[in-house]
Ligand binder design. Structure first.
Ligand code: HEC
Ligand code: HEC
Length: 185
């Protein structure tokens, strides 16, 4: 009968695992999914989406129409780099080109498309090294926290609406999502 307390203990432990740890893992995952909704809202907002288009042309304005003057990855190759018009800083009047260091689109081989992606598609894409140019989730977080082109989204120059969630809240949401194991919708 000496074994009974041990059995009871083991049973109790199993119950703890099932009723305490499992729901808390679930709660983490739910928090992770909720945090990804914030990340999605940011990435799909016009200031970010306009440089992450489906096609070769950058987009402009809140409605995401193709860039005027037939600008695309091809115009870069044909001797009209983005930096001809887009300097390190924003123009000072509405209608002047926005600016930040190294203004340009992601490479054609890994175009990092945000335009038109569903939450599930965008999530899977961000976790696929073949589509991120080898960037893992830690590098993704670092990019969003420190890259100057990303920074521009919160300081887009006169006449343009900034990203609707603050940069600090965006970084926090990304961190929560990653800490929860980066669950996809
Ligand atoms: C002027 C164009 C431009 C703007 C505006 C821009 N990006 Fe990017 N983005 C790029 C380029 C270029 C890269 C690729 C950089 C590299 O690989 O080092 C990139 C890469 C990224 C990546 C990495 C994607 C991956 O799959 O790993 C993320 C995330 C990202 N940008 C988020 C944003 C967010 C958030 C905003 C808005 C706040 C934004 N970008 C605005 C040009 C832009
Ligand atoms: C001949 C000049 C010129 C060239 C070259 C050019 N742009 Fe632009 N771009 C502009 C002007 C001007 C605007 C501002 C339009 C406005 O807001 O009224 C603009 C706006 C944009 C915007 C819109 C930002 C927003 O969210 O509304 C993006 C993105 C952009 N350009 C990307 C690029 C990229 C990427 C390249 C290179 C492939 C490029 N542009 C080349 C002149 C140029």
């Amino acid at each position: 009968m000496k074994h009974v307390p041990v059995l009871v203990l083991v049973l109790a432990l199993v119950l703890v695992l099932v009723f305490v740890l499992a729901p808390s893992a679930r709660a983490d995952e739910d928090a992770g999914r909720a945090a990804f909704e914030v990340v999605y809202r940011v990435l799909e907002s016009p200031r970010c989406r306009n440089c992450h288009p489906k096609g070769d042309a950058p987009l402009q304005f809140d409605d995401g129409r193709p860039h005027a003057m037939n600008i695309s990855r091809r115009s870069e190759k044909n001797g009209l780099p983005c930096a001809t018009c887009h300097h390190d800083k924003n123009g000072t009047r509405p209608g002047e080109p926005p600016g930040a260091p190294n203004w340009g689109l992601p490479p054609a081989a890994t175009p990092m498309i945000f335009e038109g992606r569903s939450p599930a598609e965008l999530c899977t894409q961000l976790e696929d090294p073949a589509q991120t140019g080898g960037r893992d989730l830690a590098a993704l977080l670092d990019h969003v926290a420190h890259d100057p082109l990303v920074a521009w989204g919160w300081d887009p120059g006169p006449g343009r609406t900034p990203v609707p969630v603050s940069r600090a809240d965006t970084v926090r949401a990304l961190q929560t999502w990653i800490d929860a194991g980066a669950p996809c919708p």
